[in-house]
Design a protein around this ligand. Structure first.
Ligand code: TRP
Length: 352
């Protein structure tokens, strides 16, 4: 058996990235259920997704990846609240379950089934090279096998729906490349079942944590939650890291290295940007003045989202997630029929 045919990459019949019956690209995004969306998720990803759904030119699926969340130690009693809280945040932000397929990964059991099958064409060595595995595993007492095979499950998330486009941040490009190779290897070994998913790199800004130490992340404790109450929100924003060289108000600031300015660019009307830059570089405003203006911009956008979140009922949300899971399951079952067939699995008598 050889996976190294030079023709392997030409076997996919889905090169035009339009694989759905209606001739539309199929887009799949996966999001870890951290419990609460933070302003980095929102500015860096969620707002763009909402715009894409509203544009209505692609079929979109949004998967809350709870099975990925268990690859590191976690509290089972909290996981439901994390999933539901997160789904509520997403819907409040405009991810409308009527217009997109929003579902929870483990509600569709085919994800874990396909992951096992895909593992059979995924070289062990490739997984060991994944930087996220090295980073998350480094120095830990317990590193689960699931953390190691995390990217195989991610490939399954994508290929199960024959997604052609996957919006990712730059930290996930390596995983997506592996998913593309997995589609190719599978095609070479068993025939062309999966299209090669294309990455769509976000043009939205990467928001740093309020401590200035890397990307904003709930697990690092350097995040501001989107639906934090107003005072807590302001207190965190007021303390946020800015230009490290600006120690006193009289020091000129450098907007281009400042996380606060990055957020202004994403949020504050563009006719104000020149004024903000001028007041920063000219040391006319202190950082707190600049943050106050940013806080106003956040308030303008977030007040309607908060109102929407309060109006959403838990019952309606569960119903939406149930509907999302049935829509997803339908596609998943079809793909798995093909997969089991080309791989020679099953008894044929079971009626799967
Ligand atoms: N690994 C992704 C992250 O941490 C989440 C993810 C899981 C994902 N499955 C996916 C992203 C499928 C896109 C497609 O951000």
């Amino acid at each position: 058996m050889s996976h190294k045919s030079p023709l392997a990459h030409t076997l996919s019949p889905f090169d035009d990235a339009r694989a759905t019956p209606r001739g539309r690209a199929r887009v799949l995004s996966g999001i870890q259920p951290t419990g609460e969306l933070h302003i980095g998720n929102w500015l860096g990803a969620v707002r763009t997704w909402v715009a894409q759904i509203e544009a209505d030119v692609e079929d979109t699926l949004f998967c809350i990846v709870d099975a990925h969340a268990i690859t590191v130690p976690y509290e089972p009693a909290d996981l439901q609240a994390r999933i539901e809280g997160f789904a509520l945040d997403l819907v409040a932000c405009g991810l409308d379950p009527e217009k997109t397929t929003l579902f929870v990964q483990s509600d569709v059991r085919e994800h874990t089934e396909l992951a096992w099958y895909l593992a059979s064409v995924t070289p062990y060595g490739d997984l060991g090279r994944m930087t996220q595995f090295k980073e998350k595993g480094e120095g830990k007492d317990f590193v689960s096998t699931a953390l190691f095979t995390y990217p195989v499950l991610m490939s399954a998330d994508i290929l199960l729906y024959k997604a052609t486009v996957v919006p990712v941040g730059d930290d996930q490009v390596q995983h997506l490349e592996l998913a593309r190779e997995t589609a190719r290897r599978f095609a070479h070994r068993f025939g062309p079942v999966f299209p090669e998913p294309q990455p769509r790199l976000s043009s939205a800004p990467r928001i740093m944590g309020i401590d200035g130490d890397g990307k904003m992340s709930k697990s690092k404790g350097n995040a501001i939650s989107l639906f934090e109450d107003k005072d807590a929100f302001w207190n965190k924003l007021r303390g946020a890291f800015t230009d490290p060289q600006r120690l006193k108000k009289s020091d000129p600031g450098r907007p281009e290295v400042c996380n606060i300015y990055t957020m202004h660019k994403a949020l504050t009307p563009s006719d104000k940007h020149a004024e903000i830059r001028d007041n920063c570089t000219g040391a006319k405003w202190g950082c707190v003045d600049c943050k106050k203006l940013l806080f106003e911009s956040f308030e303008r956008e977030l007040v309607p989202l908060r109102t929407k979140r309060e109006a959403l009922s838990a019952g309606k949300l569960r119903e939406a997630l149930g509907d999302g899971a049935s829509k997803a399951r339908k596609i998943a079952a079809e793909t798995m029929r093909e997969v089991r067939d080309v791989m020679g699995l099953g008894s044929r008598a079971a009626g799967l």
